[in-house]
Structure formats: structure tokens, C-alpha cells
Ligand binder design. Structure first.
Ligand SMILES: Cc1ncc(COP(=O)(O)O)c(C=O)c1O
Length: 382
């Protein structure tokens, strides 16, 4: 039996979507740019998916551009905005806990001469609004901040940040890859100018995603080519990914709060079950304040990656930090930014839930952890 608890890395595609994916590769396989009937049908699929995403974000379909995923959406928003608004200034702001697709983009822009400010976070992972007020200047062009942190689940105060940005005429980009479909929000009410999302985190396909760009925001393309997506994102559209994204968004509509409660209950159950075990603590904002699907725990006296592999022997899949940093065997910059001690960083694992998980799975995972952790501790203390 497999118990998949690494849903922040990626999710399984929903069964309800599979027939639609097959349909666009076998029957309606046209190119939306073609003039004939097959092209027209493909264009209808594009329009449908755009509408479904817009409905979840509460924006207009014209404000949605399809991309190859969260990484490209983040690059397009940040680089594309700066390229189209060169006169706005040379100062850009982000945080110390962004996904590499934002943090490495900022590092790259720094090499190009941008003045980059990286905001620290408190031990719960929150940025300090006063820090933003203090460093924002006439020269600030853009703030990029994530909605939900992918390792610890901190939900950043986007509304407050957007109020400051608006007051100063600074654009706000939000990486909502871990927030879209998990939290119910209104992109307009939040005052977000650009927002990135990804298909494979919401039961769609890998290599699919979208960028919301508010009507009054100008961005320039970062890829040159045939001018698809109203000249913003060239390249023949990834139709299987796009139909899956649209269907996944449709299936989440009206269900976000219910799903959030469901995942929160699973997370709470896991935490309750682990209470018999000693020497562990939750990293980040804790059980109630974090996003419902993410739980990051440090176990004393063990290494996270050893626990990950031991759990794997029981068919249980979790991760250390993010999927990107796990493979590179580097210390998580996110946990470092929280000010955690090296032992706590090394002993951390991330458990992330989906709507497919069950209470039975969670109990089994907790039992395995309670069995493995004391054994590993004996070994490391020897
Ligand atoms: C917060 C965040 N941003 C961006 C990404 C990148 O998304 P994609 O895998 O679609 O490129 C991820 C994926 O892990 C993420 O968690």
C-alpha cells in the first residue's frame, strides 16, 4: 500500500480529468491557431480553461495567460513587468523564503544591476509589514511575495502588503502556486497585480500553469515567437495541460473551504497521533495558522532524509523541505530564514496532504513515524 503525503511537491491527476486529456490528444488535437474546425475546437478548450481559472480567481478570462507552470509564470511576471516598465525604477523587493523560481530570478536581476532587497521573516515565516514600509522608495518598481510558503505553509499578509504597494504605486506579484485552489481569495479584493499558479499542484498535469495579469498592468513577453497568448507567451499551447488545468479548476470551484477543512483535519489527526512521541516540534506558524495542506516537523536526534527513506520502506512518501532543495542536499534556505538551529533544520520533514488522503493513511503514517524515529535515535546516539 502506498501512502502519498508529498502533495506540495506534486499531486496525482484527478480521475475525472483523464478522459478530457485523452480527448485532446486523440480527437480534438488541433492547434488553436489553425483556421479550420479542429483549430476552432482547440480554441474553445483554451477559452473554457481560461474561464475556469478566472472564476476561481474572481477575475476576467482576458487577464489569464497560459504558461508552462509556476516557474515560468514567476519569471514572466517579474522579468516581463520590469522589461515593460523600465522607467518605474531600479529597486525590487522579495523575501528570504521564496521558491527558487523567484529567488534565483531576483539574484539574476541583481547581476543585471537591479537593487534587490530581500526581506527577512520572523520565526513563523511572516514578513514584517513595517520592513516593507521602511524600504519602499520612489525607485521601487516591484514587490514579489509568495502567498503560501511551500515548505512551512505560512500564509503571508498579502492584503496588507498590497495596500502599501498601491499607496506607493508599486506593482505586486504573488507566487500563489501553493495557495491557488487551497485558499479562497479574490484577486481583485487582495489588490494583486500579477499572480502565478501551477497545474500539477491542484491535481492537473506537470508543465502547465498560468499567470494572472491585471488589466491595467503592462508586461512584456520573455519568449519571442509566434505571438500566442495575445503576444505575451509565444509557443504552441500545451493543450493537454491546459484542459487538465481548466477541469481541475472547475472541480475545485465551490469546494475550496470544504477541501481545506478536510486537509486540516487530516493534519490535526497526524499531530494528535504523534503526541505520544517526544522530541519533535512543528516549524512555521503551527497547526492552525498554516495553510491546511502543509506540515513541517523537526525531529530531534535524526536526519530528515534518513526518516524520508525509512518511511519509504513502509510505502509512505514525504519529503525534506521542498522538492528542489531535497535533491540538491542543501540546507533549506526557508528553515534557515526562520532562524532554526542546524540540528532542527537537518531533522525536518515536510508532510503535505491532498483531498485523496484518508484518515486511515494518516494514522498509518503516524504509527510508522512513532516506530521509526526511536529506532533511528538509538542508532544515532550509539
Ligand atoms: C511556491 C512555489 N512556487 C513555484 C513553484 C514552481 O512551480 P512549477 O513546478 O509549476 O514550475 C513551486 C513548485 O514547487 C512552488 O511550490
Amino acid at each position: 500500500m502506498e501512502i502519498y503525503l508529498d502533495n506540495s511537491a506534486t499531486t496525482r491527476v484527478r480521475n475525472e480529468i483523464i478522459n478530457d486529456i485523452v480527448m485532446v490528444i486523440t480527437e480534438n488535437y488541433g492547434n488553436p491557431s489553425s483556421l479550420h474546425h479542429k483549430g476552432f475546437k482547440a480554441e474553445k478548450i483554451l477559452n473554457y480553461s481560461r474561464e475556469m481559472i478566472a472564476r476561481l480567481l474572481k477575475c476576467s478570462p482576458e487577464e489569464i495567460y497560459f504558461t508552462s507552470g509556476g516557474t515560468e509564470s514567476n519569471n514572466l511576471a517579474i522579468r516581463g513587468y520590469l522589461k515593460a516598465n523600465r522607467r518605474k525604477g531600479n529597486h525590487i523587493i522579495t523575501t528570504a523564503i521564496e521558491h527558487p523560481s523567484v529567488s534565483n530570478t531576483f539574484l539574476d536581476l541583481k547581476k543585471d544591476g537591479y537593487n534587490v532587497d530581500i526581506l527577512p521573516v520572523n520565526p513563523m515565516g511572516y514578513v514584517n509589514i513595517d520592513d516593507i514600509k521602511r524600504i519602499i522608495t520612489e525607485e521601487t518598481a516591484l514587490i514579489s511575495i509568495m502567498m503560501v510558503n511551500n515548505e512551512i505553509g505560512t500564509i503571508e499578509p498579502i492584503k496588507e502588503i498590497s495596500a502599501i504597494a498601491k499607496e506607493k504605486g508599486v506593482a505586486l506579484h504573488v507566487d500563489a502556486v501553493q495557495g491557488f485552489g487551497k485558499l479562497d481569495f479574490d484577486v481583485k479584493e487582495y489588490g494583486i497585480d500579477m499572480l502565478s499558479l501551477s497545474g500539477h499542484k491542484i491535481y492537473g498535469l506537470k508543465g502547465s500553469g498560468a499567470l494572472y495579469v491585471g488589466r491595467d498592468i503592462k508586461i512584456a513577453p520573455i519568449l519571442t515567437g509566434g505571438g500566442q497568448e495575445r503576444d505575451i507567451r509565444s509557443g504552441t499551447e500545451n493543450m493537454p495541460g491546459i484542459i487538465a488545468l481548466g477541469k481541475a479548476a472547475e472541480l475545485l470551484f465551490g469546494k475550496i473551504d470544504e477541501n481545506a477543512r478536510f486537509m486540516y483535519e487530516l493534519k490535526k489527526k497526524l499531530v494528535d497521533e504523534l503526541k505520544e512521541l517526544d522530541g519533535w516540534s512543528i516549524n512555521g506558524p503551527g497547526l492552525n495558522e498554516a495553510a491546511p495542506h502543509i506540515l513541517n516537523i523537526s525531529f530531534s536526534g535524526i536526519r530528515g532524509e534518513v526518516l524520508v527513506h525509512s518511511l519509504e520502506e513502509y510505502g509512505i512518501y514525504v519529503s525534506t523541505g521542498s522538492a528542489c532543495s531535497s535533491k540538491h542536499h542543501s540546507e533549506s534556505p526557508v528553515l534557515k530564514a526562520l532562524g532554526l538551529k542546524p540540528n532542527a533544520i537537518q531533522g525536518a520533514i515536510r508532510i503535505s496532504f491532498s483531498i485523496f488522503n484518508t484518515e486511515e493513511e494518516v494514522v498509518k503514517a503516524a504509527e510508522a513515524i512513532k516506530k521509526i524515529v526511536p529506532e533511528l535515535r538509538k542508532y544515532t546516539r550509539r
